[in-house]
Design a protein around this ligand. Structure first.
Ligand code: TEU
Length: 545
């Protein structure tokens, strides 16, 4: 039976568990910490939670390196804690989708440990991508691919590891060996893992690196073009991204989810260069939605923003899928900082305490609020990353000794890495670790000025970012803005302006105020302003008498 298709309009809140709330007091967030804060998410008004990895892991990439797909890492709690968390979320009408990491496992996964010891050509090795090297003695890697995290994409097995000689493939860190998704045993194992969590009541999965699971046959050499960004080389085809074979896997998974109550969703994480390619992920028998990264990547520019919104609605609409909207996540510079950078990649290259690209915090916060005010008026589903509802900026002065992102290590600090968007949340201004726990421990140091962004402080301030998000989410629900279409309006070259029934939405991306005309009754303003001239770096929702 068809379900409610709740994901089509949902506001989905991403929890990065190590940094959300820490009930145990060890400085790392956990599942009981989440359970204790569910009322705060209820009052924010979100429909669902996407929970980043919590499964058993040596944490070499913050849990995106899973050693056991059927258990909770002791850092975060137990399966019983998980069951309690999901029951309490459901009791509040909040759905839960969990992060699934199928492209690669941890090198500590029992299958990989067996593969290391097994012989070349064995069924154990066939679950991963093992190859002989090139050169006279196989001393050169099988091809020239470079890891997304920096350095090579291959590691050679030594005597100490197991049966020496061959190389294994890892798109990310060396501790994250890629599975071979042409292997039926791998496919069967993941169907079983899906069912394990579906049986526990999860409402769906966010599928990590959905675009990387299948590699081009023969693993041909490929070097990204010089100006390639993280989307993988622009328009050209990349032998490890977006290969046709991935679609079979999604069709297969779609069927597994449909065995349940028709209300479970797959959301693919696919960094693809165009919206047309992105929309192929969500054909009717594949994923239910996919992150709109072209939208996230759009700089603070009215014309570019108008066209990415138009193209998103067209591309997803053509396959009958909702568009998604996303501005921040645990891999990119928080949008309250990113939107004030002149030109940069969203992933921290060129950032850092002494970087010339250091954003102006006040402009960043204004633009961040304006961008969200625009986003939450769009039809489709929207993702909110923990802390953006507080207006948190990127933490840009993390001392080296605290850093944990493998990109920092693999590039010898050349890439500033993603730790700056992963700092534990501030809940109360005056408590130890700003109320993240009651011991004061914190795996990354929290900037002092975060006292001003504490949840409790913002609760009490009607003009806070938190109260703006609450208003926007409540009005969005009330007015059913998640469904339907938008009508474009003309408010000048520097504006993004449209109408949703009688609600007018205008964002000002220029340097001069925009006159909104007569009879304006505001429903929401990204920041308070007098009169009916919309200042630069602000957005508003209003009706007209
Ligand atoms: O990210 C996949 C990905 O391709 C990028 O976002 C990547 O993190 C970035 O280019 C690195 O600079 C997913 C997860 O979201 C990320 O946290 C994991 O590290 C990665 O997969 C590996 O599992």
């Amino acid at each position: 039976a068809p379900g409610s298709e709740w994901w089509r309009t949902a506001v989905i809140y991403q929890i990065y568990p190590r940094s959300f709330a820490d009930a145990s007091g060890d400085g790392i967030g956990d599942l009981p910490g989440i359970t204790a804060r569910l009322d705060d998410l209820k009052s924010l008004g979100v429909d669902a939670i996407w929970l980043s990895p919590f499964m058993t892991s040596p944490q070499m990439d913050a849990g995106y390196d899973v050693a056991d797909y059927r258990d909770v890492d002791p850092l975060f709690g137990t399966l019983a804690d998980f069951d309690e968390m999901i029951a309490e979320a459901h009791a509040r009408g909040i759905r839960l989708i969990v992060d699934l990491v199928p492209n690669h496992s941890s090198d500590q996964h029992v299958w990989f440990q067996q593969a290391l010891k097994a012989a070349p050509g064995s069924p154990e090795r066939a679950r991963y991508v093992f190859r002989d090297g090139r050169g006279e003695n196989g001393e050169l890697p099988p091809n020239n691919w470079e890891s997304v995290f920096g350095g090579g994409m291959w590691e050679r097995i030594t005597e100490a590891d197991g049966t020496p000689g061959q190389w294994y493939l890892h798109i990310f860190d060396a501790t994250q060996p890629d599975f071979d998704w042409t292997n039926e045993e791998v496919r069967e194992e993941f169907r079983s893992i899906l069912r394990f969590w579906l049986d526990r009541g999860v409402d769906g999965f966010r599928v990590d690196v959905a675009h990387g699971m299948v590699k081009e046959a023969g693993l041909p050499d490929y070097a990204p073009v010089a100006d390639a960004d993280s989307m993988g080389g622009g328009e050209e085809s990349v032998p490890y991204w977006g290969q046709d074979g991935v679609h079979d896997i999604y069709r297969d998974w779609h069927k597994v989810l449909a065995e349940y109550d028709g209300d479970r969703a797959l959301c693919g994480e696919a960094w693809l260069p165009t919206l047309e390619k992105t929309a192929l992920w969500v054909r009717p028998d594949e994923m239910h939605q996919t992150f709109n990264f072209p939208y996230l990547m759009t700089p603070w520019d009215a014309e570019e923003l108008r066209s990415v919104i138009r193209e998103s609605l067209d591309a997803f609409g053509a396959v009958g899928a909702p568009s998604t909207w996303v501005l921040s996540n645990h891999d990119v510079i928080r949008h309250a900082s990113r939107l004030a950078l002149t030109a940069d990649s969203p992933q921290g290259e060129g950032l850092g305490p002494n970087s010339a690209g250091k954003p102006d915090p006040a402009i960043g916060l204004s633009r961040g609020r304006a961008a969200t005010t625009l986003m939450l008026a769009l039809p489709g589903s929207a993702y909110v990353y923990q802390g953006e509802e507080l207006g948190l900026p990127e933490a840009m002065e993390i001392p080296d000794e605290f850093r944990q992102d493998p990109t920092w290590f693999r590039t010898n600090g050349e890439r500033y890495g993603r730790d700056g968007c992963r700092v534990p949340l501030p809940w109360s201004a005056d408590a130890p670790a700003f109320g993240f726990n009651d011991t004061g421990a914190s795996w990354l140091p929290q900037p002092e000025e975060w006292a001003n962004f504490a949840r409790e402080t913002e609760e009490a301030d009607p003009d806070s970012t938190l109260n703006l998000y609450k208003t926007l989410i409540a009005e969005r629900r009330e007015r059913s803005l998640g469904t339907g279409t938008l009508v474009w309006e003309d408010a000048g070259a520097d504006a993004v302006a449209f109408r949703r029934d009688d609600l007018h939405v205008v964002a000002n991306l220029g340097d001069a105020p925009i006159a909104l005309g007569d009879g304006v009754a505001f429903v929401a303003q990204s920041e308070p302003f007098d009169g009916t001239a919309l200042p630069p770096n602000a957005s508003a929702w209003f009706t007209r008498a």
